[in-house]
Design a protein around this ligand. Structure first.
Ligand code: NAD
Length: 343
């Protein structure tokens, strides 16, 4: 069984270049969205506590079963920990044997950014060239680079309540060919931006964007509101926007649309990707990708890792599954060692 650790993913991204990895991940995700009907899907299992949530995200097609373990703990930062961490498993449907186990903290940031940019390719105005990012934590650089690589966005207007987060973002983006304006407030950041990404973390119904901050023609990429009781947009924005979601049964519970009536109209993004529904239809339309993160994106990321980590630089083999020589003699692995009597 192959184990892909944090160091392996870091080595892979350094070897290939982060832009190339993001573009490849977007291709894998797009390919899986196109064959939506082939997947056995369900909303994720979520175990909530006062400070966060722990989730399991399963999905399968006829060949492979995958799942991700992931958490969301906005206050972890205070203890020097990540808000979001995870690992994932890919198994063979025919035998039930898992064959890949992988870190999914960096991979979640990469797949989320690839997914955001893929959605924006269908929903943002084709002439979009600037993006505001509100929330400059762990996900933010990945988002910025993905929008640069997939859409050519090279002007950023960024804001975080924590000036240290903004300084870290600017430092990490040095030499990437981006023009970055660090704003002193969220309204200043969104001024004139073609795309607005909200990627803050707080377990509450927050107002990161209010209705008066969103002008005609803008594409909203709302990432941070991703569990019950955790949103970023004022509901009035949703009334004015065309709303696109990953998987309705999950987003109705977890997304920005948890603030709206159960029959609030939305379009599942796979329909747009597969050419069954229109994306943006007018230049002055407000489009919203109400992102919560769906299992199909992790499945695509695990498929990608299975394909690109065969080189021993990018994995190690582990002894996780008991494999006695005689499959019926599992006890033989733990029972007393028998010395066969000499004939
Ligand atoms: P993080 O804790 O590293 O960063 C969050 C940043 O938001 C921090 O820098 C914080 O100072 C800033 N912030 C908080 N409130 C703010 C406000 N009112 N205005 C401006 N900035 C503010 O978290 P992260 O790993 O970057 O994740 C961000 C969010 O994205 C989390 O809520 C996480 O659950 C979510 N997420 C969603 C997906 C998805 O697929 N939709 C995937 C990964 C993470």
């Amino acid at each position: 069984m192959r184990l892909v650790e944090v160091g392996h993913v870091a080595a892979l991204v350094r070897a290939r270049g982060v832009e190339e990895v993001l573009c490849d991940l977007a291709d894998y995700i797009e390919a899986d969205y196109r064959r939506w009907a082939e997947f056995d899907k369900s909303p994720r299992f979520a175990s909530h506590s006062s400070d966060g949530v722990i989730e399991l995200m399963p999905i399968a097609d006829a060949q492979a079963f995958g799942f991700k373990y992931v958490n969301g703990h906005p206050r972890n930062f205070e203890a020097g920990l990540q808000t979001v961490t995870g690992f994932g498993v890919l198994a063979d449907v025919a035998t039930g044997y898992p064959h890949l186990i992988a870190e999914m903290t960096i991979m979640t940031a990469l797949r989320t950014a690839a997914m955001s940019a893929l959605a924006a390719r269908h929903l943002a105005r084709p002439d979009a060239s600037s993006m505001a990012i509100i929330g400059l934590g762990a996900q933010s650089e990945f988002q910025a680079i993905a929008f640069g690589a997939l859409l050519g966005i090279d002007r950023l207007r960024v804001y975080d309540v924590d000036p240290a987060a903004a300084a870290k973002f600017v430092r990490n983006m040095e030499g990437m060919g981006l023009r970055i304006h660090v704003a002193r407030s969220a309204p200043e950041a969104v001024e004139g931006a073609d795309i607005v990404t909200t990627v803050t973390a707080d377990k509450k119904l927050a107002t990161i964007l209010s209705d008066n901050m969103v002008g005609a023609g803008v594409h909203l990429n709302a990432i941070g509101g991703d569990c019950p009781g955790k949103t970023e947009l004022q509901p009035a924005i949703l009334e004015r926007a065309s709303v696109f979601v990953e998987y309705q049964p999950q987003t109705r519970i977890e997304g920005e649309i948890q603030q709206m009536p159960a029959d609030f109209p939305v379009t599942e993004l796979w329909r747009v990707i597969a050419g069954e529904a229109p994306g943006r239809q007018r230049v002055d339309e407000i489009t919203l990708f109400d992102s919560v993160g769906f299992a199909i994106e992790d499945f695509a990321a695990l498929r990608y890792l299975a394909d690109v980590t065969k080189d021993p630089r990018f994995h190690r083999q582990i002894d996780l599954l008991a494999q006695p020589a005689d499959p019926r003699d599992l006890y033989g692995l733990v029972g007393p060692v028998r010395v066969e009597a000499a004939a």
